[in-house]
Write a protein that binds this ligand. Structure first.
Ligand SMILES: Nc1ncnc2c1ncn2[C@@H]1O[C@H](COP(=O)(O)OP(=O)(O)O)[C@@H](O)[C@H]1O
Ligand SMILES: [Mg+2]
Length: 239
C-alpha cells in the first residue's frame, strides 16, 4: 500500500524576524521521483526536516495517511522515522570504525520488514566494497553505502538533501540513476532537494521553491535518463 505524504500550510520562522517557510502546500504521490528545486537559502532543508519529523513547523502540518506527524507523541514519531522514512545528505555520515556492511546494517528498522542485504549491494554495485572501511571508498561509493543504509529498512519515502552536493558529475549521475532504480525496484518515493537543474530533468515532478514559497510545480512529461544528461557546469536554479 502506498503512503501519502502531504504538507499543509507549513510556515516556519526560526526567529521572530525572518519567515523561512511562508505557507507550503504539497502532496506527494507514492512511488514517484520528486525534485524540490531552489537556490541556497530558499527553505528546502527546512521543509525536508519538517516533513521528516526532525523539526516542528511554526504552524501547519505534515500528514502521513492523514496523521499529523508534527504533533504526534514521541513513540509514534520514532516509529515514523524508523520505519516509514529515511534521509540521506550531502555528507555521507558513515561511521569510520565500521565496515560498509556494518554501516548498512545500522539502518535496520524495528518492524522486521527489510530488504535483503544482497539485493541492495547488488543494485548499488557495492558487493566488492562490503568488507571495506569508509576511508577506503571514493565519495560516490560512500554515498552508495549511505543509500544502502537508508533503504535496508524498506522505507516508503527517501528524503535526499543535496545528496550529490559533494560529488563530481559522473558520480552524481550514477547516484541519481541508482535512486531511480531503487524507486522502481523497491517502490520507494524519492524527494530530492537540490539547486541542480540537471537533476530536475530526470524527475517525474519538479517543485520549485523560492524564498519559502512554492513558485512552480510541474509534472515532467519528458523525463530524461540521468546517464544521458550533459551536466556540464552547474547553473543556479532560478524560478
Ligand atoms: N537553525 C536555523 N536557525 C536560524 N535560521 C536558519 C536555520 N536553518 C536555516 N535557517 C535559515 O533559513 C533559511 C532557509 O534555509 P534552508 O532551509 O537551509 O534552505 P536551503 O536548504 O534551501 O538552502 C536561510 O535563510 C537560513 O539561513
Ligand atoms: Mg539545504
Amino acid at each position: 500500500m502506498g503512503i501519502e505524504i502531504e504538507a499543509k500550510s507549513i510556515c516556519k520562522n526560526y526567529d521572530e524576524y525572518e519567515k523561512v517557510l511562508k505557507g507550503i502546500d504539497l502532496k506527494i504521490e507514492s512511488n514517484t521521483f520528486n525534485v524540490l528545486l531552489g537556490q541556497s537559502g530558499s527553505g528546502k532543508s527546512t521543509l525536508i526536516n519538517i516533513m521528516s519529523g526532525l523539526l516542528k513547523p511554526t504552524s501547519g502540518e505534515t500528514l502521513i495517511n492523514s496523521i499529523n506527524i508534527n504533533t504526534v507523541d514521541e513513540k509514534t514519531l520514532a516509529d515514523y522515522r524508523r520505519n516509514i522514512i529515511s534521509n540521506i545528505y550531502q555528507d555521507y555520515m558513515l561511521l569510520p570504525e565500521l565496515t560498509v556492511r556494518e554501516n548498512i546494517e545500522l539502518g535496520n528498522g524495528t518492524d522486521g520488514d527489510t530488504i535483503p542485504l544482497a539485493s541492495i549491494t547488488e543494485i548499488l554495485g557495492l558487493d566488492e566494497f562490503i568488507n571495506k572501511y569508509p576511508s577506503q571508498l571514493s565519495g560516490g561509493q560512500k554515498q552508495r553505502a549511505a543509500i544502502a543504509r537508508a533503504i535496508i529498512k524498506k522505507p516508503k519515502i527517501l528524503f535526499c538533501d543535496e545528496a550529490t552536493g559533494a560529488l563530481d558529475e559522473e558520480n552524481s549521475k550514477l547516484v541519481v540513476k541508482l535512486l531511480h532504480d531503487i524507486k522502481e525496484k523497491f517502490g520507494i518515493t524519492i524527494i530530492f532537494a537540490t539547486h541542480n537543474l540537471k537533476i530536475a530533468l530526470t524527475a517525474d515532478r519538479v517543485i520549485t521553491i523560492k524564498d519559502g514559497l512554492i513558485v512552480k510545480d510541474v509534472k515532467n512529461d519528458k523525463v530524461l535518463s540521468p546517464m544521458e544528461i550533459n551536466w556540464g557546469i552547474e547553473e543556479p536554479a532560478d524560478e
